[in-house]
Design a protein around this ligand. Structure first.
Ligand code: NDP
Length: 276
């Protein structure tokens, strides 16, 4: 019998990563034998570590903070989704030994929102807070989901402007300066794609962004999501959701990319929620 295919997740720090547990769950569910390990890859050594992994027969890798940009640069070829995001969270060794970059973050968010939480994006007014890697990955799929209006606000407004420009849909996309958010009115959907919660830094937001119909969604999960979710609840939002489901759908997307089968994700979500 041949050895199981080898997979990994690269990031720094990486000990906290849920990816090995998720891929083991999916593999057991789908009857696929694989090895999946977490590999610490500080930015200065990421390229060498990743190249060694693939040269030694690694089949695929997930990539998380802070290596997603470097993963995109390292790849020989890029899927259209990765090209749009400019970042990669999935690297795959092709039959000829070349490395392909892909990104499943945006599709993971949309699947969690639309299929798990039944949030209809069509014709919605959406506020995207942040313009970093995650915001770049989710912005295009939001437009593909036919939102009516997408307002991007970032602490550093130049980055929001750059993202809005790249989206090239001026009739639907605009930016707001952070300190002008109080004049934007209420939104159907507010996505927090900033790392303020992860960093433990307060991020004051006006209650006027929220109506009783608003769905507030933090891409982060666990303790990092709590300040934003508490703000949304106190402002009267209809629902306040965290990004654990997105994480699981994103992992399922990479599993499907590698193995050609989409795992069932509700059980994985229950297992991880119970442990939080
Ligand atoms: P980046 O470092 O690429 O971007 C960070 C963003 O947060 C930037 O827009 C930055 O603004 C903004 N920011 C940082 N601190 C503050 C602050 N104090 N106030 C306001 N804005 C701030 O990170 P990512 O885009 O990769 O990740 C963002 C979040 O998304 C994280 O919480 C991460 O955990 C989550 N995430 C969740 C995923 C999931 O599967 N659930 C997948 C990917 C990400 P500026 O440009 O001004 O620095």
């Amino acid at each position: 019998m041949s050895d199981p295919q080898r997979f990994a997740v690269f990031g720094h720090p990486i000990a906290h990563s849920l990816s090995p547990r998720l891929h083991a769950l999916f593999a057991a569910q789908c009857g696929i034998a694989l090895e999946y390990v977490a590999i610490d890859a500080p930015p200065e050594s990421f390229v060498e570590i990743a190249r060694t992994f693939f040269a030694e027969g690694g089949r695929g890798a997930n990539v998380t903070l802070p290596d997603k940009g470097a993963a995109f640069e390292l790849a020989d070829a890029h899927t259209q989704v990765a090209q749009r995001a400019g970042m990669a969270n999935v690297l795959t060794r092709q039959a000829d030994g070349s490395i392909e970059a892909h990104n499943t973050d945006g599709a993971g968010l949309i699947r969690d929102l639309s299929e798990r939480h039944r949030v209809d994006l069509q014709e919605r007014r959406v506020l995207l807070l942040g313009a970093g890697g995650a915001a770049q990955a989710v912005a295009w799929p939001l437009l593909d989901g036919n939102v009516r209006e997408l307002i991007v606000a970032n602490r550093t407004s130049g980055r929001a402007r750059k993202l809005a420009g790249a989206l090239a849909a001026p009739e639907r996309v605009c930016i707001s300066e952070w300190n002008a958010l109080k004049r934007c009115g209420a939104f159907d959907l507010i996505l927090n794609a900033t790392s303020a919660g992860v960093l433990g830094v307060p991020m004051p937001l006006p209650h006027s962004l929220v109506s009783t119909n608003t769905v507030a969604y933090d891409l982060a999960y666990g303790n990092a999501a709590q300040p934003f979710l508490e703000w949304a609840r106190s402002a009267g939002a209809a629902r306040a959701l965290d990004g654990l489901g997105m994480l699981i759908e994103t992992a399922a997307g990479s599993f499907e990319h590698w193995h050609g089968v989409r795992p069932e994700t509700d059980e994985a979500l229950r297992v991880l929620r119970d442990k939080m």
